[in-house]
Design a protein around this ligand. Structure first.
Ligand code: NAD
Length: 296
């Protein structure tokens, strides 16, 4: 099977590497020359432009930053959809709006192409290890076509529903993560403001009704957990700006249906303030410091 891979960034490069390791013929393109070199060193075939990757592709995987990048690659005057052979399968693993996923899938279907949205949970370490979780939107038949490719890059392939449902599932998950991150930070800062040891407080909550994944695996307070980004100056991990983008997608998805997301909106505003304060590149758990008690 010939695969085209477009977008070889922090996530895309290790995912494409895993496809090469699994024995697929992989042609790749990215706007960045250094990542194309790294892709070639891993056994992939680098191309000079996106269109060149598509020749003889059975499957195209895209891992691009945001909705506008996916739209401009496939749609409009310079869009490349018409360069694909009917029957080609598009797998978009970028985190984008569900409406954009449906828009591209509809244009693809009109040309006899299949498309699934397959955003991922798990960061760069999971992309390297091939342990990503894929949340897939599409028909059961399309999912089965995509499965061998997805299983070469991930551990779990979950069917969320029809086209766009993968993006909705991703938005719901990351909205909840943002809310829990903000809430856990608030609780720890409240305790600290009263002189409690944050490690002791985390241990108490960890066996009480406030226990959650953030406190046990991603504790935002430095000194509580050696493996969390808070233990290494909030480097690596999941950047504040990516969290902000995902919360924006969740609020947009809610606006489209009239769903009520006051907690998600509050979390989005909090991470927007944190980003505006120049912390966008730091891991999102650094929002903990925005919530430190002010002495009156
Ligand atoms: P990234 O910015 O590292 O990589 C994106 C790549 O796309 C860049 O290398 C860029 O040069 C390339 N690109 C942009 N426009 C292009 C075009 N027209 N043609 C070819 N290449 C183009 O981002 P990332 O961290 O790899 O994230 C990719 C997607 O995965 C995003 O939607 C992000 O929200 C999502 N995601 C990221 C993480 C994470 O931890 N980094 C986790 C889950 C999901």
């Amino acid at each position: 099977m010939n695969i085209a891979f477009i977008g070889l960034g922090n996530m895309g490069l290790p995912m494409a590497r895993n496809l090469v390791t699994a024995g697929f013929q992989v042609k790749g393109f990215d706007l960045s020359a250094p990542v194309l070199e790294a892709f070639a060193a891993a056994g992939g075939t680098p191309c000079a432009c996106a269109a060149d990757t598509l020749q003889s592709a059975d499957v195209v995987v895209t891992m691009l930053p945001a909705s506008r990048h996916v739209q401009s690659l496939w749609l409009g005057a310079n869009g490349l959809l018409h360069r694909l052979q009917p029957g080609t399968l598009l797998i978009d693993s970028s985190t984008i709006g569900a409406t954009v996923a449906r828009e591209v899938a509809s244009a693809a279907a009109a040309l006899g192409l299949d498309m699934v949205d397959a955003p991922v949970s798990g960061g760069t370490a999971s992309a390297e290890a091939g342990t990503l979780t894929f949340m897939v939107g599409g028909t059961p038949e399309q999912l089965e076509r995509a499965r061998p490719v997805l299983e070469s890059m991930g551990q779990r392939v979950l069917h969320a529903g029809g086209i766009g449902a993968g993006q909705v599932a991703k938005a719901c998950n990351n909205m909840l993560l943002g809310i829990i991150m903000a809430g856990s930070s608030e609780a720890l800062q409240l305790g600290i403001s009263h002189g409690l040891d944050p490690k002791v407080l985390s241990d108490i909550i960890g066996v009480s009704t406030g226990a959650n994944w953030v406190l046990s695996n991603y504790n935002p307070c430095p000194g509580t957990l050696d493996t969390a980004p808070s233990a290494r100056g909030y480097s690596g991990g999941f950047a504040t700006d990516l969290m902000l983008k995902d919360l924006g997608l969740a609020v947009e998805a809610a606006t489209n249906t009239g769903a009520i997301v006051p907690m998600g909106s509050a979390a989005r505003n909090l991470f927007a303030m944190h980003s505006a304060a120049g912390q966008g590149k730091l891991d999102c758990s650094s929002v903990f410091h925005l919530l430190a008690a002010r002495t009156s």
